[in-house]
Design a binder for this molecule. Sequence first.
Ligand code: GLN
Length: 306
Amino acid sequence: MSHNYAAILEQIAEHVATADFGTARKADYIPALSDVPDDHFAMVICGTDGEEHAIGMADLPFSIQSMSKVFALALAQRAYGDELWQFVRREPSGSAFNSLIQLEQENGIPRNPFINAGAIRVADLITSRYANPDRSAAEFLAQLCGNPNIRVDNDVYLSEHLHGDRNRAIAYLMKSFGKLDNPVEDVVRAYFKQCSIAMTAREMARACRFLACKGIGLDGKQVIPADETSRINALMLTCGMYDGVGDFAFTVGIPAKSGVGGGIIGVIPGEFSVCVWSPRLDQRGNSAAGIRALEMLIRAIGRSVF
Ligand code: GLN
């Protein structure tokens, strides 16, 4: 990699440690997520050439939450191919990630696989085709990042289970339209489990590096075909940051996916994958410091995907 990434990361960490992120605060609708200290921060860049740069708490596991939706989508692509797109659309929603309004208006067909409705439908499809739907995302991520010990954090899982009525409502609404194949509780369990996986920023950056490498994983094997990889990147660019996706494309300009645990993964195809983590969120549910950090990175290297 041609830039001085170590110096860039240092500048970013220094900025983030002192910057004012206004009203940003941690997700508390899943109570277990609010236990994480506000000032935790990590950022890891994995070059397609194998170089890696990290700063902050790069080896401290945190809740991956909706970043898991990227990997669940890849699993569904593997099992369904193009058939997948009969069940979920590919348009930005312009709504909150857990909104029900659009889902009702659009007859239970989710706008995209990255809002909760779409991810719950993807979890339903995975439940139909995979032997162990509650574990398939964790096993896949373990394989991708090279750590066989990737696990679901049971406290977070329990918290999601106990406070998951909105997600159940989304699942029941889809069921009422005949757009969910498996029992609601089975589907939301698989979905909550994938969201509750704990991983470090280093592991996440490694796990999504295949998106920058035409679908080739760390072990040199093809994870999904190159054209399917481009499709995931396109969906991340257009739908990965929910109703903040336009602003994010404008200020940062790379395919990315956030989670309410405060993580964001992103890629510049052919160059690197990155994971940044800071738990306080903006009003759209995206990490406030994470977005700032990515913006600084992209400015420092002078390129985005545009
Ligand atoms: N588990 C969270 C939820 O379903 C995931 C949301 C997110 O990270 N945006 O609400």
